[in-house]
Write a protein that binds this ligand. Structure first.
Ligand code: SF4
Length: 350
């Protein structure tokens, strides 16, 4: 049983982050934000897949201007991601960003930071303080070196303190590193003293294969300890892929509703039917099934009968095809050529 860490509630438009038994799924577009049509199209795709908040990159004033149009055409809240130019942050807030993400290490001086904070306060939108191991203050780098969890937390707490002196409490915090151990230790440390919601993720985590493993290695220990209020899986691929990995990870911690769980055996020399292509097709098919369903695909009766009987829909292969189970009850024997369609038919009926 996981006990979630208590954090302050922050609202991004109508989406709550923190203070709940839920981890909000985020992603980031990779279109040019000023290409309004392409950006809207990608956001809508992400939304369909289960993305709850989306971040867009603001590189110039044309991108900031595009927020006016984009925010009218999509349903999920938009976070404007700004580096280097504080005026872009101001423009993004004025043009309808529902939240902004800045890295205080590169956004400008205190006076400029103050202008951003006061405008966000006036518009009642949150700011994510995005601390990144690649752009820490020089003094912390000299004292602690690169990829030091303590340095990330100290940097975040300095900025939080400054925001609070300005009467601003609408804060989300991230402490990103591409190093798994630094990520885990930084968030464990932060969760002890930071009351604001934590945006978790391993940054620059690699392609689909690498990121799936690296992100899970970095984030699973946190989720298990109830840490993390919103999540982004960073993948060097189309952002749609991020959502799938994210949902799969959250499913293992019962932190997502309406997402299937697939159990399948690795197969071995006992197998008497062509299982792997069917396993692959069912896995692909389940990605678009929004149901809390457990599907077990087992190659033979050695473990298959028991596992298959415990799942909502279970299948165990035999030399003549296999046996379908529904909630522990055998429904029918299926010939090999009908295995795929029979399993899908039962999932659809569920
Ligand atoms: S269920 Fe059967 S086929 Fe699958 S791994 Fe176990 S023994 Fe092998």
């Amino acid at each position: 049983m996981i006990t979630r860490k208590e954090t302050k509630k922050v609202f991004v438009k109508d989406v709550q982050i923190g203070g709940q038994n839920k981890v909000v799924i985020q992603s980031m577009t990779n279109t040019k934000t000023k290409d309004i049509t392409a950006t809207i199209k990608q956001i809508k795709n992400l939304e369909l897949l289960g993305c709850e908040i989306v971040r867009v990159a603001i590189l110039d004033f044309e991108d900031a201007e595009a927020l006016k149009e984009i925010s009218k055409k999509v349903n999920i809240p938009i976070v404007a991601d700004i580096h280097y130019n504080y005026k872009l942050a101001l423009a993004s807030i004025l043009n309808g960003a529902d939240k902004i993400r800045i890295n205080p290490g590169n956004i400008g001086n205190k006076k400029q930071l103050k202008e951003i904070v006061l405008l966000a306060k006036e518009k009642n939108i949150p700011i994510r303080i995005g601390i990144n191991s690649g752009s820490l203050e020089k003094s912390l780098l000299i004292k602690y070196g690169q990829n030091n969890p303590k340095a990330l937390v100290i940097s975040a707490k300095r900025i939080i303190k400054y925001f609070e002196t300005l009467g601003f409490f609408n804060i989300v915090v991230s402490l990103k590193s591409s190093d798994v151990l630094t990520t885990i230790e930084a968030y464990l440390l932060a969760s002890k003293t930071i009351k604001y919601p934590l945006h978790i993720g391993v940054t620059e985590a690699g392609g689909v294969f690498t990121s799936s493993i690296r992100s899970s290695a970095g984030l699973a220990p946190l989720l298990y300890k109830g840490i993390g209020d919103t999540i982004r899986i960073s993948v060097s691929a189309e952002p749609e892929k991020e959502i799938r990995i994210c949902k799969e990870l959250l499913r293992n911690f019962n932190l997502i509703d309406f997402y299937p769980k697939l159990i399948s055996c690795p197969t071995c020399g006992r197998i008497q039917w062509n299982a792997l292509p069917i396993y692959e097709k069912i896995e692909e098919y389940l990605q678009n099934v929004n149901k809390n369903i457990v599907v077990a695909l087992m190659g033979c009766s050695v473990n298959g009968l028991i596992e298959g009987k415990h799942a909502d829909i279970g299948f165990a292969g035999t030399s003549q095809g296999g046996i379908l189970f529904k909630k522990g009850i055998e429904i029918k024997k299926v010939p090999e050529d009908l295995i795929l369609t029979s399993i899908i038919e039962e999932i659809e009926k569920f």
